[in-house]
Design a binder for this molecule. Structure first.
Ligand SMILES: [Zn+2]
Length: 277
């Protein structure tokens, strides 16, 4: 019903169709088994730090703008979504709209001391979510629950492109332990980065220039996610690209970054279709 990487108008395309609170970060429609969660720049003024961590896990700060957050309402809905058979849809703010990032699975939550709307430190609930941002519609690949041997294997650059692809596309069984889930998310996130660098093979996939310097782990290239605002987490092979620092900055900050990103998307699509042949 929502397309990953597409931008939606919150009121007309989300709430008018499905209901739910039109304000705040967590929206729980009464008539649909969905939970909509929103993240964006506005949260940062309250000390929110939503986003992917180094492990590829998405941190999401719960609701409650003043005082200690409580495990109630929207926060409780997130925690118990699997038990209640509800799907969590994650949206991130882009301009005046919201980009659909993907479906999420709750892993766990913890309390952090963060400032509230009055600048006072309080207990904030920070959820750890496994974001499934693999767009099935555009992908010919069938996502299957990975066997344990795959999802707990630490990827390394000595793996083949094909092996890294399989790791990047493995999904974590919801029945795995919290530790195994975190391990699996981390491995997928690492695998897709290694995949993009391996495919680029020392040459920027944006400008075709050779990486300007070597590091201990090979030529220096950065991994950019083509259909998202923030880099990080697992992704599809056709949505990641190995770029030199200049092209990477350009993809995020250039005045014509959308145009540049579209060019890169087409470029990677061509590279990937050759690989699959
Ligand atoms: Zn470049």
């Amino acid at each position: 019903m929502f397309e990953i990487g597409k931008i939606y108008n919150r009121r007309s395309e989300i709430h008018n169709k499905y209901g739910g609170q039109e304000r705040g970060g967590i929206s729980t429609p009464a008539k649909f088994p969905y939970i909509f969660i929103f993240t964006g720049n506005s949260g940062e003024q309250y000390g929110y730090t939503d986003g992917y961590n180094k492990e590829g896990v998405f941190n999401y700060t719960g609701e409650g703008q003043k005082g200690d957050m409580k495990m109630a309402k929207g926060n409780l809905a997130i925690r118990d979504h699997q038990k209640n058979g509800k799907k969590i849809y994650l949206f991130e703010k882009v301009g005046s709209g919201y980009n659909f990032v993907g479906l999420c699975n709750y892993i766990d939550d913890r309390i952090e001391k963060l400032k509230d709307g009055n600048g006072e430190l309080r207990d904030a609930i920070v959820f750890r979510l496994d974001v499934n941002n693999i767009e099935k519609r555009r992908s010919s690949i069938n996502l299957v629950e990975a066997p344990k041997a795959v999802y707990i294997t630490k990827p390394s650059k000595s793996k083949s492109l094909q092996q890294l692809r399989e790791m990047a596309l493995s999904s974590t069984p919801t029945s795995a332990s919290t530790q195994e889930k975190i391990q699996s998310i981390q491995n997928r996130s690492t695998a897709i980065k290694l995949y993009a660098r391996k495919r680029a093979n020392g040459i920027c996939e944006g400008c075709n220039e050779t990486a300007s310097f070597e590091t201990k782990s090979g030529p220096y290239l950065e991994v950019h996610h083509l259909t998202r605002l923030a880099d990080g987490g697992a992704d599809l092979p056709q949505n990641v690209i190995g770029l030199c620092p200049t092209c990477h900055r350009k993809a995020h900050y250039s005045l014509k970054h959308l145009e540049f990103n579209n060019r890169l998307i087409n470029k990677v699509a061509a590279i990937e279709s050759k690989l699959i042949e």
